[in-house]
Ligand binder design. Structure first.
Ligand code: FAD
Length: 405
């Protein structure tokens, strides 16, 4: 019997195994994951799961019965320590060997630690998995003040979730503005205003330099001479792809595990999908490592199709979302390298608008806040390679469908 082994019980894993069966794979499927939980949706961790509206059962990608029925063997709570490409097998840290015909690496990413003193103190948290959030939730029950280090999406979502639970929340951002890496200044301004209106304090160009334990809790020293007191500190400063297994096994590595259009690594019997993969995107004519659920899911389907002998190259438009307070942000495309932004709607006083990004006159991405039509229109235009008319977009009285260039 042929065998597929998948490492990492992640979004991409949950999709790969189901797509394999749907596509007719009759061999064995084994998923080995180091978390002791069934594969779950990670996005709610900083949103509904943190704020208490969703339980672990609510965030499972699929119930246990689906895997049982599909004869998918889930080995949870086991970590793979090495890959033997010559023998075509993997070895877990507890000494089990699994042979494969095809191996899929969906090892995702792990949190980046902040290299300052005190980042490992009790009451200081990072946020990547359910264990992290359960600890944060437990602490938040008695805490009154939280400091969040990092004003990216995860930091801001965490700020919103804790604020909703009544905590006093401060966000410290090292760069001159929150979301600087990923959005236009108008978007950063907008989110800063909303957080302020909701009672979250945001400090920009402030670098946390040390966390200390005090009689009352924790104290965060910073570059601005101001010290912030808190009962809990949450650090959200990004992730590092889990490439170690692949690297040791001698696979090609870029900013992640290098894969071709079928998600094959430099070893044709080994695939990689999700946050850990570094792939070429034809729409943007560049290599990318994306940290998003849609990417993990799409790449997983590509892997399964290739293994099943019905190959279809990966060619998806990146898209993403973020929920904070009553704001649903939907992002289509990648704004990296933009040179012009057109705001459609009122970003200064309202809670819904869209930012359309252009590069050398070409439409490349849209950030839509409580504006699902803009998101859909932008996503469709990008997928079809349709350019948009900047002057028309800025004019709300012109319907979107008439904004094509
Ligand atoms: P991951 O979800 O990273 O899972 C990889 C798994 O592999 C982990 O369980 C890991 O422990 C395991 N593993 C690693 N190495 C080994 C090994 N050697 N042996 C066994 N197991 C191993 N994306 C969105 O699109 N929208 C959002 O709103 C959004 N919000 C997010 C909020 C938070 C708080 C976080 C943390 C992420 C969010 N993301 C969001 C990103 C999204 O969750 C990731 O892109 C997605 O989880 C990637 O899935 P993946 O399949 O690559 O692997």
């Amino acid at each position: 019997v042929k065998s597929v082994v998948i490492i990492g019980a992640s979004h991409a894993a949950a999709q790969t195994c189901v797509s394999l069966r749907q596509g007719g794979w009759e061999g064995d499927i084994t998923v080995i994951g180091d978390e002791a939980v069934l594969p779950y949706h990670r996005p709610p961790l900083s949103k509904d799961f943190l704020s208490g509206q969703k339980s672990i059962d609510d965030i499972l990608i699929r119930p246990a019965e689906v895997y049982e029925k599909a004869k998918i063997d889930l080995k949870l709570g086991h970590r793979v320590g090495s890959i033997n490409r010559h023998e075509k097998s993997v070895l877990t840290d507890d000494g089990q060997v699994f042979s494969y015909d095809k191996l899929v690496l969906t090892t995702g990413a792990r949190i980046r630690r902040l290299p300052i003193a005190g980042e490992d103190l009790e009451g200081v948290f990072y946020l990547r998995d359910t264990k992290d959030v359960l600890a944060i939730k437990a602490k938040a029950e008695t805490a009154t003040k939280a400091v969040i280090i990092g004003g990216g999406y995860i930091g801001l979502e965490t700020a919103a979730s804790l604020r909703k639970q009544g905590l006093e929340v401060v966000v410290l951002e090292a760069m001159p503005r929150i979301l600087q890496r990923v959005t236009a200044p108008e978007m950063s301004q907008f989110y800063k205003r909303i957080h302020k209106e909701e009672g979250v304090e945001i400090f920009e160009t402030v670098i946390a330099s040390e966390i200390q334990k005090t009689d009352k809790g924790l104290s965060v020293s910073t570059s601005c001479e101001k010290t912030f007191q808190a009962d809990m500190v949450i650090i959200g400063i990004g992730v590092i792809p889990n490439i170690d297994l692949a690297e040791t096994a001698g696979l090609n590595i870029g900013n992640g595990i290098e894969v071709n259009a079928f998600c094959q690594t430099s070893d044709p019997d080994i695939y990689a999908a999700g946050d850990v993969s570094w792939h070429y995107n034809a729409i943007y004519d560049t290599h990318l490592r994306l940290e998003s659920v849609p990417n993990a899911t799409e790449q997983a389907k590509v892997v399964a199709q290739h293994i099943n002998g019905t190959p279809k190259p990966y060619n998806s438009l990146p898209w993403f979302w973020s929920d904070q307070f009553d704001l649903k942000l939907q992002i289509a495309g990648l704004s990296t390298g933009y040179d012009e932004v057109i705001i459609r709607g009122d970003a200064e006083t309202s809670r819904n608008f869209a930012a359309y990004y252009f590069k050398k006159g070409r439409f490349i991405a849209v950030d839509a806040v409580n504006a699902p039509r803009d998101f859909m229109f932008g996503k469709m235009s990008l997928t079809k390679g349709v350019n948009l008319d900047r002057s028309k977009l800025a004019n709300l009285s012109i319907d979107l469908k008439n904004c094509v260039a």
